[in-house]
Design a binder for this molecule. Structure first.
Ligand code: HAM
Length: 424
């Protein structure tokens, strides 16, 4: 026998036992985003490599080390999308969705980053993202944060901390950057190799370093908050008061700079200490310059994306209730005649009760064998027909998990019986 082929490192199957949890999360996400009037957009998984280089930034980890890029048969360089924001801007410009209009969009799907896999960090992972175009005030920043807070509440996820910061306007950033580079140059001997590389192109990211040897130096570095222009400061203060107004707690983290280059003004992350090192479940911010940078008309933009695997793990670890997705009933069909009768009857039941989850036995076998399969399906109820039931135009109903008497019902009575079970 030849050796079996395994899944690619850092990528995962979502097996049927895990699907109910995913569907539960996806259902909650959809309910919340639609509840705020957002519309879904679906983009391709593959884009031109240049799209990500131009938007995420050449010296970011994603572009420098993590992209799945390849040449297609025409020699074009393509990349499996590492995130959705750049794709969404591209799609917005290309489909004429952005100019002189407001768009509130969301998307969900797989993203790819060649990172070192560990708990909560994968090479294929799923994000749900929300992006808003055409609104430049802090009210929409607040709405996005409120939306995420509502989702946590719906899912029963507490112990998530909201961290916020402002990166200022490009003008404020430039003033800060000048002083920061001066300071970092003075402390060059403390900088590690990675930071030395960043010194030229993205010195702000050095402040995000976790290297213990650099912490004291980072503490003393000029703070962006001290260089904020009035516009960014007012934007940030208004955002904070809007969050205060709805009672959403936050922690201002001046070192929150994010790993992608396109942000300005508001940035935020929802973090937890329950997932080990990969504690950020949702992250985003404002990226007012990006649409223009990609060839569109200047358009303010803000958004976030959440890591679905990390949320699934949190829901799982905390044993939060997930709705049952086992069949309501398993249909046992004994004998050849029962197969044709049963399949027809099952179709009629599904037409009468669209919410019914009914698994019909296929593949024949003894009554005992079929009952074993019924038990394994997790269904609380067995419907049975054999020659006797067919002759009497009845279906036998048996409870598998409750001590209740077996009954025989006509089709109409069975529909009424199942209706009570389906509607709980
Ligand atoms: P990001 O911070 O790179 O931002 O990713 C957002 C979230 O995706 C993270 O907080 C995390 O939950 C999840 N995530 C990222 N990488 C991985 C991974 N390797 N494995 C598992 N989960 C991961 C963005 O992608 C921006 N596009 C967010 C945004 C939207 N900003 C504005 N609009």
């Amino acid at each position: 026998m030849s050796k079996s082929i395994k899944v690619v490192r850092g990528m995962h199957d979502i097996v049927p036992q895990q699907s109910p949890l995913w569907q539960h999360l996806e259902g909650a996400v959809r309910q919340v985003v639609q509840g705020y009037g957002y519309e879904e957009i679906r983009m391709p998984i593959v884009e031109k490599t240049e799209l990500f280089v131009r938007t995420i930034g050449e010296v970011t980890d994603i572009v420098a080390k993590e992209m799945y890029s390849f040449e297609d048969r025409n020699g074009d360089s393509l990349t499996l999308r590492p995130e959705g924001t750049a794709c969404c801007v591209r799609a917005g410009i290309e489909n004429g969705l952005l100019y002189n209009q407001i768009q509130r969009l969301w998307y969900s799907g797989p993203m790819f980053r060649h990172e070192r896999p560990q708990k909560g960090r994968y090479r294929q992972f799923h994000q749900t993202g929300v992006e808003v175009y055409g609104l430049d005030g802090p009210d929409i920043d607040a709405e996005l944060i409120m939306m995420t807070a509502r989702l946590w509440q719906l899912l029963g996820l507490d112990r998530l901390e909201l961290q916020i910061n402002t990166l200022g306007t490009p003008v404020a950033r430039a003033a800060h950057r000048e002083k920061l580079v001066e300071y970092l140059e003075m402390n060059r001997d403390v900088l590690d190799e990675e930071s030395l590389l960043r010194l030229e192109k993205n010195p702000l990211r050095i402040l995000d370093s976790k290297n213990p040897a650099m912490q004291a130096m980072i503490e003393g570095a000029p703070q962006l908050l001290d260089y904020l222009d009035d516009e960014s400061r007012t934007h940030f203060e208004t955002l904070k008061s809007l969050l205060d107004g709805v009672g959403i707690e936050y922690h201002v983290n001046p070192r929150l700079v994010r790993g992608l280059d396109y942000y300005q003004k508001t940035v935020f992350e929802w973090v937890t200490t329950d997932l080990g090192a990969q504690g950020t479940v949702c992250a985003g911010g404002r990226y007012d310059g990006l649409v223009e940078q990609l060839g569109g008309k200047a358009t303010p933009a803000v958004g976030f994306a959440m890591g679905m695997e990390r949320l699934v793990t949190l829901i799982e670890d905390r044993n939060l209730v997930v709705p049952d997705s086992a069949p309501h009933a398993y249909f046992v069909l004994v004998g050849d005649l029962a197969v044709s009768h049963g399949l027809t009857l099952a179709e009629k039941l599904r037409s009468a009760l669209p919410m019914l989850r009914l698994r019909t036995h296929c593949g024949g076998g003894s009554f005992k064998n079929q009952m074993k399969k019924a038990d394994k399906s997790g269904a609380p109820l067995v419907l049975m027909i054999g020659d006797d039931e067919i002759a009497q135009q009845q279906v036998t109903v048996k409870h598998l998990r409750e001590d209740q008497p077996q009954t025989s019902l006509s089709f109409n009575a069975l529909v009424e019986y199942l209706k009570k079970i389906v509607t709980g």
